[in-house]
Design a protein around this ligand. Sequence first.
Ligand code: CA
Length: 234
Amino acid sequence: MAERILLVEDEEKMARMVELELIHEGYEVTKAYDGVAGLAHAESGGFDLILLDIMLPGLNGMEVLRRLRRITDVPVILLTARDATVDKVSGLDTGADDYITKPFVIEELLARIRAGLRKGSAADQRRDGKKENLVLTAAGGNLVLDVDRHEVKVKNEPVELTLREFSLLQYLLENKGRVLSRDALLEHVWGYDYVGETNAVDVYVRFLRSKVDERFDMKLIHTVRGIGYQIREE
Ligand code: CA
């Protein structure tokens, strides 16, 4: 199966050029022209590597990277402007795997992509090698969440979740039986310095309920009024 690369770059001509080269090399490419769209694609998951421009309209690349690192360790290569040393340092601090300075020759980019992909699959193998395949269950074993495989099944049917929905469900399951406040969920699933909408937890609980509870006619996620949410066995 072709390896999937997400390319977040606002200069469309440049993005198109890189896309054509990557397709030529046999990669599957998804493009996004701004940070918000890039983050949304990245959060939906399924990429083997992300090429991320730093100077982007809307949400800049550093902010995209910071948010991304809370939910995934997919290899990220930053595309930086020439001589932006500060970007490179803070990019690597924020969790980028590598960077390449624009303008670059395509061969160098391809080499860095290959290295990034190797690193990513080595990390996957290390995780697999540990054999502590973490599987969480609920609803009397009807719901199974496999952390390493990033899979959720209900009554043996696969359920498609975004990375954020998956993280939320995982955290709720890890704390099955406990009531979790919205603040605790924000802190663990979104990060303690989250500055977005404070109703994000409620919104994502709604998404989960429609994909799990409503679809399979079960009651998994309980609202505890004035406090937060809880998964408990019926
Ligand atoms: Ca740019």
